[in-house]
Ligand binder design. Structure first.
Ligand code: CA
Length: 268
């Protein structure tokens, strides 16, 4: 069972919100996209990304083509998530080519598919997926950004990366070139795990320690999302901020059911 909450906010400085997200609980599909480009085209790019991925997993839309190469290390569902993102890349690239107003627009994307205790992860850019488990926060995605590459090569420290002027320069994004490489991963989830997807408006404004504290202490996923967005804004809110959070509950016994009825009653 998944408990999911999501929140997006334009922050304290920006006049528009170029982030978008999509959540489909019965499919365990969670998506965050952070758009960029002039004339508010970033909004268009991130909207296109979440819409194409949404439609890809919508049965009513019919069977979808598989786009790109199949990654043998991952299950079919995770490969389909990768295919949906490659299709989104093509759609954004075509839209950008077809309209001067949209020239150069692009977007990040971070997406997960949670089915049972398995999670498939796919991403492009610097939107992130984190896992909070048993008092630890781990980042499950590697940023496709200039500073992340420099940290990997030990040219700068993680602290220098956070303070770097050019930290928002991406080395990979959707919409820029006709074909994009999507990073895929998979893992097994445990009861009580919390999976957080976010745009860099959260990860550049809130430390990992603070993020973990909120994920551990918040009353529920809704409260956690609200607090994280509030924290990003309290720390300056320099960017749009989006958080999508899923909590995994695998125990469904009688005691668990009674407990959830009681807690939902007292929360009214
Ligand atoms: Ca951003």
């Amino acid at each position: 069972m998944l408990r999911i909450a999501a929140r997006t906010d334009q922050g304290r400085i920006r006049h528009n919100n170029e982030d978008n997200f999509y959540v489909r609980e019965d499919r365990g599909l969670l998506v965050v996209a952070d758009g960029m480009g002039g004339h508010a085209s970033g909004e268009v790019a991130s909207r296109l990304a979440v819409d194409v991925i949404r439609d890809y997993f919508d049965d009513a839309e019919g069977e979808k083509p598989f786009v790109g190469d199949f990654d043998d290390r991952c299950q079919e569902t995770t490969n389909r998530l990768g295919a949906a993102i490659r299709l989104a890349n093509m759609a954004i690239h075509e839209a950008a080519q077809g309209n001067p107003k949209y020239a150069g627009m692009g977007t990040t994307v971070a997406a997960v598919l949670i089915q049972g205790n398995r999670m498939g992860i796919a991403h492009v850019g610097d939107s992130r997926v984190y896992l909070a488990r048993a008092g630890d926060l781990s980042q499950l995605t590697d940023d496709h950004s200039l500073v992340a590459e420099q940290v990997k090569r030990e040219l700068i420290s993680p602290e220098e990366a956070l303070a770097a002027e050019n930290r928002n320069i991406l080395t990979r994004a959707l919409g820029i070139v006709p074909e994009v490489k999507v990073d895929l991963g998979e893992m097994t989830l445990a009861d009580g795990d919390r999976v957080l997807l976010c745009s860099d408006g959260l990860s550049t404004m809130v430390t990992d320690e603070d993020m973990l504290a909120v994920l551990e202490q918040a009353a529920d996923v809704e409260a956690a999302c609200e607090t994280l967005v509030q924290m990003a804004n309290d720390h300056g809110g320099r960017d749009n901020v989006t958080v999508v959070l899923a909590e995994i509950r695998q125990r469904r016994g009688l005691v668990g059911s009674l407990w959830s009825i009681l807690t939902s009653w007292f929360r009214r």
